[in-house]
Design a protein around this ligand. Structure first.
Ligand code: GLA
Length: 369
């Protein structure tokens, strides 16, 4: 019988730390119970691959010796991973595969990283490639840069692979050192509310934000040549430089630097069981993403505003890249059902759209069968 490898890789949540990863900052993500599942097996050919998306019921064929990105679509995630593994020296032969998943697409839970990582892990086992987790994480990230065209940071692929049951991870995106610690929320829990919108400018706006941070760094380097990126800049230093930066660039930098501070403060608060403080930091994060980084949207803002007068909700903010997707909320367990009903009705009335709630659990990132 053919040897078939089945790899599962997770979507992720992020407690706090948005748009900090590609600025060498800090993030606080965890892997969740929503997964991408990739099955692969060798097909006996030298270099032909056939991959079926079970969701779209479309098969994509490509030749390992000669393939290019398509205009857009899931095919690029698949071929991108293959291409990056080849760059690392993977000696692949023809294989077939199929994938499916439970990470909602466009929800900010990183279905794309889950897809990339599940394939990278599956191929690593099928062809006995011997790559370590960090090589698979970086190959998956680079697939996104080179085949999908999004210059994403490392957070999503990191969380997808390294996630551990009931643990959040504080990752230093500069040193790549990370620490696991349990998410202990007592009478509270996480609740994601999916706006079910995914605005089309998300990809170009993402790359534009990254560029604006680089412009800020270049300007700061004129005066402080040792600065490598925003990780090296304090808020005080940035404020002293305000007149030399455009308002937009200043605000982008302000978000990143203050968000890094919030991640560290939130980690401290969480470890000390100070959930009120954690909640406040989460609200501050949203405020900064909305006004300084400008990656929120009216649907996300509406959902966050809806929580502000609720004594049973400690914090709420947009999660992930932005321009749609989910809010993440810290909510009293016995208030969840009531609030979902209330929020769904308000959201439907305001936008004529369905709101989708997710009560996710934190799970191991990857498993292989
Ligand atoms: C997307 C990217 C991540 C990260 C977040 C924002 O999910 O893939 O690398 O930058 O946006 O925090």
């Amino acid at each position: 019988m053919k040897k078939q490898i089945i790899a599962h890789a997770s979507g992720r949540i992020n407690i706090i730390g948005e748009h900090t990863d590609y600025n060498d900052g800090f993030v606080l993500p965890a892997a969740i119970d929503k997964k991408s599942t990739f099955k692969v097996w060798k097909n006996g050919t030298e270099s032909t691959c056939n991959i079926l998306s079970e969701h779209f019921q479309i098969t994509h064929q490509f030749d390992l010796k000669d393939f290019q990105p398509v205009k857009s679509g899931w095919e690029n995630y698949v071929m991108g991973v293959v291409s990056e593994l080849q760059k690392l020296g993977a000696d692949l032969s023809g294989f077939d595969g199929s994938f499916d998943g439970t990470v909602p697409i466009g929800s900010g839970m990183s279905s794309s990283a889950a897809l990339e990582c599940s394939l990278a892990v599956a191929l690593n086992v099928l062809f006995d490639l011997g790559f370590d987790n960090w090589q698979l994480i970086k190959a998956s990230q680079m697939a996104e840069h080179h085949f999908v065209g999004i210059k994403c940071g490392i957070m999503d692929q990191f969380a997808s692979v390294m996630g551990r049951k009931n643990q959040v991870m504080l990752l230093d995106c500069r040193s790549l050192e990370f620490e696991y610690f349990p998410l202990e929320l007592g009478d509270y829990q996480l609740l994601l509310l999916d706006t079910n919108v995914s605005h089309s400018l998300a990809n170009s706006a993402y790359n534009e934000r990254r560029l604006q941070c680089e412009i800020g760094v270049k300007a700061l380097q004129q005066k402080y040549p040792t600065i490598v990126n925003l990780r090296d800049v304090s808020l005080v230093k940035l404020m002293g430089f305000k007149k030399k930066l455009s308002e937009v660039v200043y605000n982008r930098c302000k978000h990143v630097i203050s968000e890094d501070n919030r991640v560290l403060a939130a980690t401290k608060a969480l470890k000390a069981g100070k959930l009120d403080q954690l909640g406040e930091l989460i609200y501050e994060s949203h405020h900064s993403l909305q006004y300084n980084y400008e990656v929120s949207c009216k649907e996300l803002d509406f959902l966050v505003d809806l929580t502000r007068n609720e004594a049973n909700i400690l914090g709420s903010r947009m999660m992930g890249g932005g321009f749609g997707g989910c809010t993440i909320n810290i909510i009293k367990k016995d208030f969840v059902e009531e609030f979902i009903e209330k929020a769904a009705l308000a959201y439907q009335t305001k936008f004529d759209r369905t709101l989708t709630p997710y009560q996710v659990s934190i799970e191991d990132g990857i498993t292989v069968e």
